[in-house]
Design a protein around this ligand. Structure first.
Ligand code: NAG
Length: 232
């Protein structure tokens, strides 16, 4: 009988002795989760750039890719420009081919042509799409031969001088988004004249005041991967 007695103390002793520690623990978990969500939503692209494995120096792949490319694939990484402040950069087979440090990038569309068999760059240039004349770019695109990889990165404004002819020329290289590219959009792309369908290597962000990361520009874009070598 005595052992079954439950005194009023058992019912009324609230909070039980362990609850203070438990509450503190839950509060800590709550703070950690909130912090992670907060950091995650504000640094989406940074998480890729500063992947823990990259930080710790474990990544030794070409162009800093997280996975190495299979034989007969070329490693590439393209960053668009950030607002009108930091220029774009392109790495191909572990070689930086265009970047602000190399001083060969500029406002508008930055384009590098790489031989799809040998992986060597044969031409590069940038075309001012805000103030420039679209004719030189039309000429440049029309002369691209088959078997050439075309790497493209936007900087500041790639869209103001876009016209139907340019949209078609980029679409012919496998672009999905050239049709809608506009003022201050972010765009990165790898294409080729011999693609039979749309290129799988493309990212696009519309300039949208509601969702822009920077004041007046969307977030910069990063595109990386392995592109198959064209074997004769
Ligand atoms: C790529 O380089 C090879 C070897 O030099 C050459 O035969 C081929 O024509 C080049 N391809 C293009 C598209 O220029």
């Amino acid at each position: 009988m005595g052992s079954l007695a439950t005194g009023p103390a058992d019912v009324l002793s609230w909070p039980p002795p362990c609850s203070a520690a438990l509450l503190r623990f839950l509060a800590l978990v709550c703070v950690l989760v909130t912090t992670c969500v907060f950091i995650g939503s504000y640094t989406k692209f940074r998480l890729k750039t500063f992947h823990p494995l990259r930080w710790m120096g474990f990544v030794k792949n070409k162009c800093g890719l997280l996975k190495s490319c299979a034989p007969n694939f070329f490693a590439f990484k393209i960053n668009s420009g950030a607002a009108n402040v930091v220029g774009p950069s392109m790495c191909f087979e572990d070689k930086v081919i265009m970047s602000p440090v190399k001083d060969n990038v500029g406002r508008g569309l930055n384009i590098a042509l790489v031989n799809g068999s040998t992986g060597t760059m044969s031409k590069h240039g940038y075309f001012d799409m805000y103030n420039g004349d679209p004719k030189p770019l039309e000429h440049f695109l029309k002369l691209i031969p088959e078997g050439m990889l075309v790497l493209v990165a936007s900087y500041d404004d790639p869209g103001s001088k876009m016209n139907d002819e340019l949209r078609q020329l980029f679409s012919d290289l496998g672009s999905t988004y050239a049709k809608q590219l506009g003022f201050r959009d972010s765009w990165v792309f790898v294409g080729s004249r011999d693609l039979r369908s749309k290129s799988p290597y493309e990212e696009y962000l519309k300039n949208n005041p509601e969702s822009n990361k920077y004041d007046g520009w969307p977030e910069l874009l990063e595109l990386e991967g392995c592109v198959p070598r064209k074997v004769f």
